[in-house]
Design a protein around this ligand. Sequence first.
Ligand code: SF4
Ligand code: ZN
Length: 318
Amino acid sequence: MRQGPLETLPLFPEFEKPRLELPADATIIVSLSGGKDSVGSLLVALETVDPGKVSAHHQIILEDWPGTVEYCQSVCDQLGVPLYMTQAIYTGYECCQCGNHYLTSCLQPFCRKCSSREARFLMQVASVLDLVRWRKKWPSLEVRFCTSYFKRDNYNRWARANRSLLGTHPVIALGERWRESRGRAKLPVLRPRSGLEWMMEWRPVLEWRRIDVFRKMRDYGIEPHYCYKAQGMTDEDMYECNVEGGPRMSCVICFLKSEEQLRASAKNEVAKPIIERGIAIEREIGHTLKKDQSLERMVTGTQAHRSSWGELQERVQA
Ligand code: SF4
Ligand SMILES: [Zn+2]
């Protein structure tokens, strides 16, 4: 495997665990969000194994920047890679026997607390904001329910249902990088996938710098998703500046975004309706996007109860 800048020689090789290796006959399914790191992973996958053994899977999230599905399709068309897409949809019920409120992706209700199949329909949960409304809480670093419901579980359900498509040694390729965060700095290049023991997780760009990924895309003539420029990045930022951080291709209302990034999204015509819905839900549930600040206040600089959305829009545009 390629040596990266952060890799070092082990001090006590005799005590090191044996390193996992990518199976020779691996079938790679790249988890393609449309962000630069997932596209970079797709490119490395195509360079690493027989391209006929590479496909991509996109987990549709309604809070992604509009046009993301089409962007993923166009990247895969350009590279001749089959693309699968699924959207997680859950139904929220109240158990008629014990009163438990629960979500299920199954067609029929079933209460895990009391095993009753009798339930009253409460709501459909088809997006991150629906889930925020259902839980009456925004996600947080500690309880990142958006990722588990709409990314991890969605992908795992699809993989289980399509196991026969995925060959003897299926591998999911993920676009995480060590330099992105302290949490990601601990990730291994390869490991078995939790919940799907028959699949490996591979992080092909784990040790790459941000600039390496943008440049790799440029080598293949692939234009990055428009969200980077919509959030203020220039070509020089992407291809010439060797720095980390900056705008990310994540949900428009992601709780991990900075105030500046949320403001940039609120000014963007296509992203604004998602921010508006986020603000409406935030008012309804009375829980704020960040611990000490509401989404509304961050994008407008005003308190939730003081202004109507029309006034807020004027302030954002000013
Ligand atoms: S981008 Fe942010 S809000 Fe969207 S699923 Fe990921 S962590 Fe959650
Ligand atoms: Zn019950």
